[in-house]
Design a protein around this ligand. Sequence first.
Ligand code: SF4
Length: 368
Amino acid sequence: MAGVYISYPFCAQKCTYCNFASGVFPAALEGEYFEALLAEIKSTEWPWTPETVYLGGGTPSQMDPGKLARLLEAIPGGKWREATVEAAPGGITAELAGAWARAGINRVSLGVQSFAQAELRGTGRKHTAGIVASEVEILRGSGISNISVDLISGLPRQTEESWNDSLDWVRRLDVPHVSIYMLEVDEDSRLGLEILDGGTKYGAGRVPREEDIAGFYEKAVDMLAEHGLARYEISNFARAGYESVHNLKYWRLEPYLGFGADAHSFCGGKRWQNAESPADYVVRMREAGAAVVERTVASMEEEYFFLGLRQMEGVEAGPERIAPYRKDVERLVEMGLVEYDERRLRLTRRGVLLSNDVFEVFIHTCPG
Ligand code: SF4
C-alpha cells in the first residue's frame, strides 16, 4: 500500500540542532509555496489511492488550517488509514485541533525534543513541559489520541537527571508512540558545526559524551518497554497497533509520493527528489510545472537490507538471498551485531547501537 508525504519547511525559528532544509523564510514565500504545493499535488496522475498521508517539515502545524484542508482535499482517498501532521508544541488550540480532525488528520507527531527547561532554552524551542501536557489533552479532547512524542538524547546541558525527567513526562503523558533520536553531528546544523569546528554559542561544550548519549538512549529503550511501548525500529517505539503505518513504508520499500521542497518519492523501483530550497522549488514549479532535480533507479536488494534491517523484526532472508553476503553475515553474527537463523536476519541490541557498521556491509557487498 502507498503513502503521500507533504513537506512544509517553514518554522517559527531555526533550532540549533536541526539539520533539515527548514527554517524561517519571508511570509510572502510561504504564500507562494502553498500555491506551488497545491499545484504539484493537483497535477499528479495518481497510480494508486494512498493509504497514509504525512505532513512533515518544517512545522506544518503552523500552516493555516483552511489551507491544510485544501491540500488534503486534493489527495485521493479522504479517509486515510493514517494521516499525520508534525507539530511544534506551543500553538495547538482546541480550534486548531478540531480543524485538523475535520480535515482528516488522525495522528499528531509532537516535536518535543526535551521536557527540561535548561535544555530547551539553548535550542530555540519555546515550549515548556506544562504546555506539552495541556496540548496533549487538547488533542485527545478533539478526538486525536494517536499522538507521538519526539525526544533527542544528546542535547547540550542534558544530564542523567534531566533525561530521566523527560522520560518521566513521557510515561505520565501515556502517549502510544515515541521517537528517540540521538543527536546528529554534521555540518548542516549550527550546533553540529560548532561541535566539529569549535565555539561556544550553541552549547557544543555542554553536549554529553558519546557513551552517555548511547546510555540515555538505552535507558529509554528499557523504560519504554516497561511502559508497554516496544521498539519496532531503531528510533521508534509504540504500543501494539500504534506503529506508524506511514513510516513503515520507508523501511518496507512500499511506494510513496512526496510533494514540496526536498520531498523524496519512491515508486516503480525509481526514486526522485524535488529541489531542496523552498524558493528554488517555487520558481521551478512556476516556470516548469515540476521541481524534480534528481532521479535514480533504486538499488532494491541493497535497500531491502539496509532499510529493512532498521526494523527490530529484521528482514526475511533465506539462504539464497543471503548467499552474496554469507561471509559478512557470519562475521557480524560473531561480533554479536546481528542474529541469523537461515530465515530472518535482524539486529541485536548491540547491533542497533552500531547499525551503521552493519548497513555498510550490505552497501559495499551488494552484487552488481
Ligand atoms: S527542529 Fe523542527 S521546528 Fe526546529 S527548525 Fe527543525 S524543523 Fe523547524
